[in-house]
Design a protein around this ligand. Structure first.
Ligand code: C5P
Length: 311
């Protein structure tokens, strides 16, 4: 069996609305997620010793059984019934860690797709989706990626048409020393906003329907101007994390932005521009102030796909 390479792109949230609480304790969400051209790479080599080993070029990332790559491999192998299956996996990490960009989830989704091929298991897309949903809320989206409406915990997906010919580009900013724990952000949201959560399925569905018809979707398709972006977690994280406030301040100073928002539970922030050229100009104009604040920044485009095998 030959070695295999899989590309695992990051995502941003173009919309994140917390609707209420689910019986399983998770939050009921209405989101628009968008894959972007910032990606990790997994290199997979098969072994027959029943071991799934992971190495990474970032020493601060756990590579033990807590990593979603290893969890995904173990789940896939258990479901296959072939306990001797093993793999040596090398992860080239480019997506910032703990950033709200679904780096870990995308890695896990890439492991599902890559190992399914490497081990010749033949699990179908639907089966991979259900394993992904068990492993993490953002993982099902990461499988197909592109632009999708994501409901439920994030696993109920409705794909949107591919972006307009001239899809926007973004300037993404994160402080390398700051990460936000997703459970902490949702916990704080519940504490501060729980009294205002919707409670009935009918109310949830009304919000889903509103999102399906929102001006944001017209903007994504290049048919309308960009409205302000909504991320309910931004409202609770921004007051607590100074670097989030600083980065938002900086991005709001950039010229020609279409919108500025936090991604997921943060702390990464992004500004949208009509083109990569404009995103790079904004990056250049802000470079000194970003460096003074200790921020890292990336310019990239939207991507129309999730994890993919690299030929
Ligand atoms: O599914 P995932 O591992 O990404 O979720 C991490 C944590 O984020 C959950 O344990 C939960 O505290 C919170 N969460 C939530 N509602 C969601 C997704 C995540 O409350 N829809």
């Amino acid at each position: 069996m030959a070695d295999l390479c899989v590309r695992a792109p990051a995502k941003i949230n173009l919309h994140l609305e917390v609707l209420g609480l689910r019986p399983d304790g998770f939050h009921e969400l209405a989101m628009v997620m968008q894959s972007i051209d910032l990606a990790d790479t997994l290199r997979l080599r098969p072994t027959a010793d029943g071991q799934i080993s992971l190495q990474c070029d970032r020493s601060d990332l756990p590579t033990d059984g807590s990593n979603l790559i290893v969890k995904a491999g173990e789940m896939l192998r258990a479901r296959s019934g072939f306990s001797e299956l093993g793999a040596e996996i090398v992860l080239e990490k480019r997506i910032p860690i703990g950033a709200g960009l679904a780096g870990g989830s995308s890695n896990g989704a890439a492991a599902l797709v890559g190992l399914n091929t490497l081990w010749g298991l033949g699990f179908r897309s639907q089966e991979l989706h259900s394993m992904a949903a068990e492993l993490g809320s953002d993982m099902p989206f990461c499988l197909d990626g592109g632009t999708q409406l994501c409901f439920g915990r994030g696993e109920r997906l409705e794909a949107l048409p591919p972006n307009a010919d001239e899809s926007p580009a973004l300037l993404l900013v994160k402080h390398p020393a700051v990460s936000v724990s997703t459970p902490w952000a949702y916990g704080l949201c519940k504490q501060l906003r729980g009294d205002f959560y919707l409670e009935s399925e009918a109310d949830f569905e009304q919000r889903r329907q509103a999102l399906r018809q929102a001006p944001l979707l017209q903007a994504i398709m290049g048919k309308a101007a960009w409205p302000p972006l909504r991320n309910d977690l931004q409202g609770v994280v921004e007051p607590e994390v100074e670097t989030v406030r600083q980065a938002l301040d900086l991005l709001r100073q950039a010229e020609h932005t279409l919108a500025v928002a936090m991604s997921g539970s943060g702390p990464s922030l992004f500004a949208l521009f009509t083109s990569l050229v404009q995103a790079r100009c904004a990056h250049e104009a802000l470079a000194e102030r970003l460096a003074q604040g200790g921020f890292e920044a990336w310019c990239c485009g939207f991507s129309d796909r999730g994890v993919s095998l690299i030929p």
